[in-house]
Design a protein around this ligand. Sequence first.
Ligand code: HEC
Ligand code: HEC
Length: 463
Amino acid sequence: MFVESLKCGFNVAEVVKTFGIFVIDSKLLTSSATGKLSHDKALAMQSTKTMTFKKKLIRKFCAGLGMLSLLIAAGCRPSTGLEFPANEVELLKLQRHKYGPNEELDSKYKDQVAGVMAALFGTPDEPAFPFPANDASPFRALVSLGNLNASAGPVASVKDGKENLGLYRKHCANCHGLAGDGAGPVALTLNPYPRDFRLGKFKFKSTPLRVPPTDEDLVRVIRHGIPGTGMPAFPNMPPDEMEAIVDYVKYLAIRGEVERRLWDEVTSLAGEPLAGIPGSLDTAQTREAFRKVLVSDPTSPISDILFDDVLPRWVERDARVSAVPTAPAGVEPNDAEFNSLAGVGKELFLGKANCIQCHELPGHSATQAVNYDDWTNDWVKTPGIDVEDKRTFREFLKAGALPPRLLRPRNLTLPVYRGGDESRDLYLRIKNGIEGTPMPSSVSLNDEEIWALVAFVRSMPLK
Ligand code: HEC
Ligand code: HEC
């Protein structure tokens, strides 16, 4: 049975063990950089990287690579601090999918993507956002730079005379990783793994599939945590810090989505330069100036990715919230009609709604094999990676992927609801499904049927 699903994924002994590893494992260090030790080390490692980069840069300039070199210079200026680690798993996936087993993307593209990403989104210490030039644009209200600054940076430092709180590294990066890749130093000890924000998918929200969560949804998850998982609750976080951290989650998600699309774009180019990168930049130009040029050319693929694809989804979310109708009598366990409504729900569960396909009941086994979630399927199944092929598999782990773990459908005889236990929460889960997981939305069920299923779900742990 599914006893393990009740266990909280957080195991103190494992965490201590991992922190031991954390000190010696340089790969984990770059992906997380939370405490003072990790931050300094990561910084040192980063500066080694920057050094090799500078050498490359000089060589490319000498070779007179023209426009491309200028771009690299503008995008990857010598940095004093941390850079976000690239999404190597995504890149490896695309290379294996599009090119075959041994071919690699030309390094000029890697530099180009790094340059564009740094210009658009800044660094973990100095975040930026690709706000469009037009002040009236709805994209301007998505995040505030003040909030990003309060969340970014090392913990509780004082920078430029202002207090920089480093909220994300203080509260979240241990699990969610510096770039929001879900692979922080304690990630391996948790099941499910901490969320990788870079896919832009969220599970427990009031919006339908493929629509990002509202700010209120994110506040709720952070304030209450996710019961039965390692995601802790932050009940006492002051409202201004909560607002700042919510903006930072959106920032990491948007940044991650844009990076994925850029990798997709450049892995489809056969040698030609990434279109829409202006050639008028010179080495003196800052990331800020480069960003302004990138966001102001409406014909560039970067503008398409930002303003026609990723950002509109985030802007439309408030208008896409699913209305929850008033619950009928019988949904709450102390309603007189509870048992009869739950009985109707049970019939649907075993019949028309076919929940039994995944969720077994005492006396009824599930019919469908347990599957991975989208965060694993994204690099395992979608591109046809064979996890049995040890060489390929090892390559992915080296690039930063976490070992695949199956996602079990919830054992509904236990009263643990990750997305909240109010009738409204269960209605939304059953109506909209759970994004990124096999749990489907219920398109063929009407409201009455969904409420009956809510009553039945609630009745199960009471038996
Ligand atoms: C101890 C580890 C840990 C810490 C610390 C942590 N999280 Fe999480 N977080 C998780 C895990 C594990 C999940 C995945 C739960 C799941 O998939 O059901 C998660 C999921 C999430 C989600 C996804 C919610 C959804 O609806 O899909 C958000 C957003 C989130 N965390 C934000 C944060 C923020 C912001 C912080 C810091 C204030 C934070 N987390 C700190 C472990 C952690
Ligand atoms: C194809 C498989 C599948 C089907 C069909 C399915 N579920 Fe699920 N369900 C899942 C998985 C997987 C999860 C765990 C998702 C997670 O939390 O990551 C889940 C989670 C849940 C949860 C827990 C929500 C929470 O907040 O923790 C409820 C309740 C639930 N399902 C009810 C139902 C009902 C009712 C039906 C039928 C209408 C149904 N499921 C059909 C796979 C399925």
